[in-house]
Ligand binder design. Structure first.
Ligand code: PLP
Length: 462
């Protein structure tokens, strides 16, 4: 149970934040064409855009950065990094990368050998989806039915639909499936965890059919925490043991270290497959950096090596996941409709329920984001919602919005206090109470690649 105030750390270094008036915030977001990518971050006092690269590092990590060895080949920090990743994953071969998408890039390059195939997932993250498409394959999500209902509480709504995966293997044939991608926790379905049983069964199905299993490990420690708390047989296992078991069901894993490794930049790939490692390494050198630094400096490698272990600490995770639940409770108390239950890294508010008068194509979740910012200075980003996550099928030309209009309040690790979360909940409530006076938006400019609309666009108010 989350005990408010019982954080396993205290604040040593303080970063000042600036507060504007409501009128100034209204002007700032209007001038930015209602796109926060154009707003200077210092104008956003409580920034819940993402939990990626936004963590506060520990004194050990900062001290480790001073031990950075900036040699080109084989810096001493590389060996610490390699050992930390080996201990976390159980895999022998490790490649560093500058962030998650660079890691995904080498995995996708090595596994997608021909165009036309279909890569299945519980739900691909946007960058994976983009890489799969770039290589001429089709990314398909197979979430469990309950994941698509924000109101049904269930323990493992991040699971893959095993029956649908079985059917897909039969229909497509294993030669046309370059890999199965399991994302833990599942970012697309509100940060919900995957059960060990589901991962094990999905992996078994894939491997029996000669399909490689990839684990997207951006937030595996949070997922391991949920397994320990909720799944029979794991209560007495350590988080590290659970992570090791998770990776035993994968042929290759990649991770954006910017999340659960508590750093501001970094990523990696690990596998036991020597030939896959050799191939990925060659792609890495061309696009990211040599196989002992992968686009990172020696000091960055050290920060990951230390942060990876800190991110597996049970007390830290109980506080982290507890803070997410705490914000969820504050919103529930204020009558704000959220995706149930709360997940591993943020609270997702149901924009369609908050503003039922705004149709999908006018972006209700984004409207709530804008109003929350104007009312309070708190920023959260729509994820997933029709603004950045609608897709046109390349074969049929059919335009499909995602199943949700969610606004994600992602919680950076070790950054905000409980009272800042209380302030956040009040800001959302104030935005919700504006009701029907809130209008939707339409595009005045958008990037051609639909996937990039997650990041930037220009809008005007209707
Ligand atoms: C599940 C998941 N995978 C991969 C990535 C990509 O990582 P990065 O932003 O470090 O490139 C993200 C980023 O948010 C993510 O959430």
């Amino acid at each position: 149970m989350y005990i408010k105030g019982k954080a396993p750390f205290k604040i040593k270094v303080v970063e000042p934040i600036k507060w504007n008036t409501r009128a100034k915030r209204e002007q700032i977001i209007r001038d930015a064409h209602y796109c926060f990518a154009y707003v200077p971050a210092e104008e956003i006092p409580i920034n819940l855009l993402t939990d990626s690269g936004t963590s506060a590092m520990s004194q050990e990590q900062w001290a480790g950065m001073m031990r950075g060895d900036e040699s080109y080949y084989g810096a001493r920090n590389w060996y610490n990094f390699e050992k930390a990743v080996q201990d976390y994953t159980g895999f022998k071969y490790v490649l560093p990368a500058h962030q998650g998408r660079a890691a995904e890039h080498v995995v996708c390059r090595a596994l997608i050998k021909k165009p036309g195939g279909t890569a299945y997932a519980n739900a691909h993250f946007g960058t994976t989806e983009a890489h799969v498409r770039l290589l001429g394959a089709n990314p398909v999500n197979l979430p469990v039915p309950e994941a698509l209902d924000p109101e049904v509480p269930a323990d493992f709504k991040g699971n893959i639909n095993l029956e649908a995966f079985k059917k897909a293997i039969k229909e497509k044939g294993e030669d046309n499936i370059p890999f199965l991608n399991m994302v833990l926790v599942n970012n697309f379905t509100a940060g919900q965890p995957v059960s060990m049983a589901n991962l094990k069964e999905a992996s078994k199905l894939a491997r029996e059919n000669g399909i490689k299993v990839v684990v997207d490990a951006a937030r595996v420690p949070e997922n391991a925490f949920f397994i320990k708390e909720r799944e029979a047989g794991y209560g007495n296992k350590s988080i590290r043991e659970i992570c090791n078991e998770i990776f035993s069901y994968a042929d290759v894993m990649h991770m954006s270290a910017k999340k659960s490794a508590l750093v501001n930049i970094g990523g990696f790939v690990a596998t036991d497959d020597e030939s896959l490692y050799e191939e990925m390494g060659q792609w890495l050198i061309m696009f990211d950096g040599f196989i002992t630094y992968g686009g990172l400096s020696g000091r960055d490698l050290e920060a990951v090596a230390i942060g990876l272990s800190e991110g597996l600490d049970y007390d830290y995770l109980a506080h982290r996941v507890g803070q997410v639940e705490y914000l969820g409770n504050l919103l529930r108390e204020r009558g704000v409709p959220i995706y149930e239950p709360t997940g591993g890294h943020g609270v997702y508010v149901n924009g369609e329920k908050v503003y039922p008068h705004i149709p999908k194509e006018e972006f209700a979740a984004h409207a709530l984001s804008v109003e929350t910012f104007i009312e309070s200075g708190v920023y959260a980003a729509e994820n997933p919602s029709s603004l950045g996550w609608s897709r046109t099928d390349p074969e049929t030309g059919k335009y499909t919005p995602p199943p949700f209009e969610l606004l994600r309040f992602a919680i950076p690790r070790r950054v905000y206090t409980d009272s800042q979360l209380e302030y956040t909940a009040d800001g959302v409530k104030a935005a919700m109470d504006k009701g029907k006076q809130v209008k939707g938006f339409r595009f005045i400019w958008k990037p051609d690649n639909e996937f990039l609309r997650i990041f930037y666009y220009k809008l005007e108010r209707l």
